[in-house]
Design a protein around this ligand. Structure first.
Ligand code: KIV
Ligand code: NA
Length: 269
């Protein structure tokens, strides 16, 4: 049996070979992602991708645990990180601990991820000290959409740098094993990566980061629209559309099912 990568192993990759991470929410995509990636993120972006929500705010702990279990069953070697959804961890470090314990016990994943910098540092320390590896998430934090007002790049104004630098530093100091930096101007992402001792994993944060993450469906061309920072490595949308179109035509003309898809009767004895 293959041994899974661990949070300490990912932590030790600081400044080394870039860390490769993608999202997955299902067993079958997890199996494919697992062949090539160091880390699989069961992101709360499943709210958008699987459920059609406009934001990640409606995502529940139950949704995350269900898909976390699916991804663990489908994968073998990658570290699986499960997002803590909005509302299950912000009230107190104890609330966060209870939610994270449920995630770890019920999915058997290797780590959790939560959004926020300075304000979450105490919680990150509380969890890390109690056996729960935490990945941070700073810069653009989509769960805060209702106070932010819109999804837009952060740190494009130098006046905003200090706050984002403090956020990343606080998470690193608190004992997180790595931190996602989302939609942050390249020079700031580079500076933070140089300043903190843990790996930075960029999404819209330049190649200066210690690793990269994308939403699988975005990079496969399956999402109807994707942010500027996504490179499309596949074009599954049109491929699926064409397959479904051919299936529909075959059913209507009775070209499918054909002889090879049909069960005959057992031979009479
Ligand atoms: O939910 C998610 O997919 C994420 C990544 C985009 C970092 O948090
Ligand atoms: Na997320």
């Amino acid at each position: 049996t293959v041994r899974r990568k661990t949070a300490p192993e990912i932590r030790a990759r600081k400044g080394g070979e870039p860390i490769v991470m993608l999202t997955s929410y299902h067993a079958h995509t997890a199996a494919l992602v697992d062949r090539h990636c160091d880390v699989i993120l069961v992101g709360d972006s499943l709210g958008n991708v699987m459920h059609g929500f406009e934001t990640t705010v409606p995502v529940t702990l139950e949704m995350m645990i269900l898909q976390g279990c699916a991804v663990m069953r489908g994968s073998r070697q990658a570290l699986v990180v499960v997002d803590m959804p909005f509302g299950c961890y912000e009230a107190s470090k104890e609330q966060a601990f209870h939610a994270a314990v449920r995630i770890l016990k019920e999915t058997q994943c290797g780590a959790v991820k939560l959004e926020g910098g300075v304000r979450m540092a105490e919680t990150v320390a509380f969890l890390s000290e109690r056996g729960i590896p935490v990945m941070g998430h700073v810069g653009l934090t989509p769960q805060s959409i209702n106070t932010l007002g819109s999804f837009r790049a952060q740190g494009r104004d130098e006046a905003d740098w200090a706050a984002i630098e403090s956020d990343a530093a606080a998470i690193a100091q608190a004992g997180a094993f790595s931190v996602v930096i989302e939609a942050v101007a390249e020079p700031l992402a580079r500076k933070i990566t140089q300043q903190i001792a843990i790996p930075t994993i960029g999404i819209g944060a330049s190649a200066a980061c210690d690793g990269q993450v994308l939403v699988l469906e975005d990079m496969l061309g399956l999402s109807p629209r994707a942010p500027k920072f996504v490179r499309r490595y596949g074009n599954l949308g049109p491929a699926i559309d064409e397959a479904v179109e051919r299936y529909a035509a075959d059913v209507r003309t009775r070209a499918f099912p054909a002889a090879e898809h049909v069960y005959g009767m057992k031979p009479k004895t």
